[in-house]
Ligand binder design. Sequence first.
Ligand SMILES: NC(=O)c1ccc[n+]([C@@H]2O[C@H](COP(=O)([O-])OP(=O)(O)OC[C@H]3O[C@@H](n4cnc5c(N)ncnc54)[C@H](OP(=O)(O)O)[C@@H]3O)[C@@H](O)[C@H]2O)c1
Length: 428
Amino acid sequence: MTQPLRIAIAGLGTVGTGIVRMVQTHGDKMLARSGREIRIVAVSARSRGKDRGVKLDAFAWEDDPVALARRDDVDLIVEVMGGEDGPAKVLTETALAAGKHVVTANKAMMARHGQALAELAEANDAALRYEAAVAGGIPIMKALTEGLAGNGIERVMGVMNGTCNYILTQMEETGADYEDVLAAAQQLGYAEADPAFDVGGIDAAHKLALLAATAFGTRVDFDGVTIEGIEHISLTDITQARELGYKVKLLGVARMSDEGLEQRMQPVLVPARSSIGQLEGVTNLVVVEGDFVGRTVFTGPGAGEGPTASAIMGDVMDIARGLRIPAFGQPAHSLSAANRAASAGAASHYLRFTLTDAPGTLARIAQILADEGISIDRMRQNDHDGTNVPVLIVTHDCLRSNLDAALSRIAASDVSLAPPVALRIEQV
Ligand SMILES: NC(=O)c1ccc[n+]([C@@H]2O[C@H](COP(=O)([O-])OP(=O)(O)OC[C@H]3O[C@@H](n4cnc5c(N)ncnc54)[C@H](OP(=O)(O)O)[C@@H]3O)[C@@H](O)[C@H]2O)c1
């Protein structure tokens, strides 16, 4: 009889209790499918007395999560405490150094320390897996490292923060402002009390950096991600974008070209009828474009107890089966340093100006854009009140640096009454 895979869980919050529940519900299926019993032997959290709604009395308790990694009766650590550094990192390092496998949902830790941790895992013949860290329940890391592993990957894109997508969709559906929708999302539990990590794009950028490293065989380069959040997206732009046939999405794009690796997490306009444009609420979506496979689209729940536990257990079962795939799909030492692209590729942009209602104003704007090499594809002048003229422009492809030069000249001119708005239109 094969020995059970003995696991310890560090963190018994949303994800940790979900894992306990899943093993207690489907232990027999896991045994049948992996050929090994998956046995929880020990757990750790901050507060031992807290009622967590799951039965824990059969498991040993450790006040110090790092002590889990020192136990002789543990083969694998599930790290679901969170935090970029601190106990999560110490626990992961201690476990890997002891040759114990680690499965984690911690995107912040992996985006910052993934390379060093992957090297440590390989040096000690241990597995390090983090499916749950990227797009929650969607098995996208398995797709990249297994099903799509024979392809050259050209581009990876994703809507990977449910909070942001929920806020943007609700703004469009209800006509409410950003602040009101955010407050409602917090009440419903879709947004954290401190939403900065989510709405600022950082959480999704962690995931993008992990996807990019795996897709392109580069060392994870979180500092190379250009990050812009959704805090400044106005209802006006969401409404105007819709009238032009677009939706506003917080989209991550990682692309490898002759210029190097481009990694961007930013609000962009996408065609309303595209799969990304149609994505509503907290659902996540990831697109992978490979040279042989073409375009593949993965969609599903990006967070929550069940989906995250599902991703964790997929990794645990792979390890139970004896499957060993390097953290980034190839040995850590073979990952190359990411050569950052100097700028994002050229793209069409949506521009919104608030201009003075005077003869020659539009000609001035068109001239400044032309001076910087930017040509206009479409222009629309909406109702005006005699003093303010709202003008929308869709440009042909242009570089953001040229656009920024034009926008600062326009903002400084006497025809502009409010700071211009510019959003990239992504070809998805
Ligand atoms: N929630 C999701 O939908 C989701 C999705 C994908 C990835 N993740 C990732 O999964 C991880 C866990 O998320 P979560 O939502 O489950 O968090 P959570 O509900 O806040 O739970 C965190 C758990 O870790 C324990 N903990 C924190 N610091 C500790 C310490 N120093 N020593 C011992 N235990 C400690 C807490 O103990 P107490 O309960 O005693 O306070 C709690 O049980 C994070 O890395 C997160 O980014 C979460």
